[in-house]
Ligand binder design. Structure first.
Ligand SMILES: NC(=O)c1ccc[n+]([C@@H]2O[C@H](COP(=O)([O-])OP(=O)(O)OC[C@H]3O[C@@H](n4cnc5c(N)ncnc54)[C@H](O)[C@@H]3O)[C@@H](O)[C@H]2O)c1
Ligand SMILES: O=C(O)[C@H](O)CO
Length: 386
């Protein structure tokens, strides 16, 4: 039996008990729950990743809903405990929900929320940052400078790659992949090649229109191509950014064979999920190809890196911070809380989970709807007419 976990309580006499497994940024999410008669319990235990046992202890005998984190294993054991405690609402504070067994949630009739829309640009900005930082060897150069090694300007010092007019490749051109593509096309006038199971029509229209604008101004237009295979992107692109969901079809999508297809001086960026890349194969590839560079926000066995990765100068590694802007993290907390609150109050689901501005406007009350419930159909939640 796990030891009781440390908590902070808000509005102790609230009718509905909502638990958050972590303190989350901002206070709006707490206030919105309190205004709707919730007692809010926030786990303040000094432990980064809570175990299933810790969370079962937090849920206790009576719990109406839980806001959880992507580091937690939300499977049968937790949904069963939540259901036994009378709860029917859970939300990840994340858009990705590969840590959640949605079928298990369905069996217990528990709604599973996520937080799309609010983190698209912030995450795409980090992917763009890693792309530029890798191209221009920023982290290596910073370490060199701080190490007192700079003796003066030299023609060969930290020569990197020019992005302008090169080709940017996007694997998974959904919300974040498309936002990243637009940044690289518009910011660096890169040509686009993408691979997705679906056509990214809006993205294609954007690149076409931007190309026409450039042409009208006497500049070379940018181009786009939807690749018929992922290998086509890997072969042709100079910078490749991964943005698919993590599921069985994308596990080790980039493996030894696919790394071998890429250009020797290519840049690979991953802000999706670590297991999309076979990290052991990546380390070998980085060792064998010193001009190949990567920018990684996510890792196969977080919080760990595979042996050898930390020693690679051609790798930039950051600790899963792609959505870490203040506005986004506060918004994610708000959306997660409103998913849970909406289910508790019996609200319908919002008709377009990609368009969540109405929930984020601090100057007006949020709509009476759940912003994004991924299993709404399976558990029979109606769609809002708002
Ligand atoms: N690093 C971070 O902090 C961070 C932040 C936000 C999101 N993410 C990750 O990014 C993922 C994408 O987020 P999103 O909001 O853009 O989701 P999204 O659903 O809008 O886009 C995902 C895209 O991947 C495509 N896809 C699925 N399987 C594919 C395959 N086998 N090959 C090619 N494409 C495939 C889908 O068709 C879709 O267009 C999330 O699921 C999450 O795991 C990470
Ligand atoms: O899926 C997500 O939302 C990220 O990994 C954290 O923002």
């Amino acid at each position: 039996m796990a030891k009781p976990v440390q908590i902070e309580v808000w509005n102790p006499n609230g009718k509905y008990r909502v638990v958050s497994t972590k303190p989350m940024p901002g206070t709006r999410w707490i206030n919105l729950l309190i205004q709707q008669d919730c007692r809010v319990e926030i786990c303040t235990q000094n432990k980064t990743i809570l175990s299933v046992e810790d969370i079962i202890a937090l849920i206790g005998d009576k719990c109406d809903g839980v806001i959880g984190q992507l580091t937690e294993d939300w499977g049968d054991a937790l949904f069963s405990a939540l259901s036994k405690a009378g709860g029917k609402a859970f939300s990840n504070m994340a858009v990705g929900y590969n840590n959640v067994d949605v079928n298990a949630a369905n069996r217990y009739g528990v709604a599973v929320g996520n937080t799309p829309g609010v983190l698209t640009e912030t995450t795409a900005e980090l992917a763009a940052t890693l792309s530029v930082a890798a191209a221009r060897r920023i982290v290596e150069a910073d370490a060199f400078m701080r190490g007192g090694l700079y003796e003066g300007w030299l023609p060969h010092l930290f020569v990197g790659n020019l992005l302008k007019r090169q080709t940017v490749g996007v694997i998974g051109a959904g919300r974040i992949g498309s936002a990243y593509a637009r940044m690289m096309v518009e910011g660096f006038k890169m040509n686009l090649i993408y691979y997705d199971l679906y056509q990214a029509t809006r993205l294609e229209k954007f690149v076409t229109a931007y190309g026409q604008f450039l042409k009208a101004n006497g500049e070379q237009p940018v181009t786009w191509k939807r690749a018929s295979s992922m290998d086509e992107v890997l072969r042709e692109a100079d910078v490749i950014s991964l943005h698919p969901v993590l599921d069985k079809t994308t596990y080790h999508l980039v493996n030894k064979e696919r790394l071998a297809v890429m250009k020797k001086e290519a840049i690979l960026v991953n802000c999706s999920r670590g297991p999309v890349i076979d990290e052991v194969a990546l380390v070998e590839h980085l060792k064998a190809n010193p001009m190949f560079r990567v920018g990684l926000d996510v890792f196969e066995d977080e919080p760990y890196m595979k042996p050898g990765l930390a020693d690679m100068k051609n790798a930039i590694v950051v600790p899963h911070i792609a959505s870490a802007s203040k506005w986004t993290r506060e918004g994610m907390a708000t959306l997660a809380a409103l998913n849970v609150l909406g289910k508790i109050k019996g609200y319908p689901i919002w008709s377009n989970p990609n368009s969540v501005e109405a929930f984020l406007d601090e100057n007006s009350p949020p709509p009476a709807a759940c912003p994004s419930i991924v299993n709404a159909k399976a558990i029979g939640l109606p769609v809002s007419k708002l």
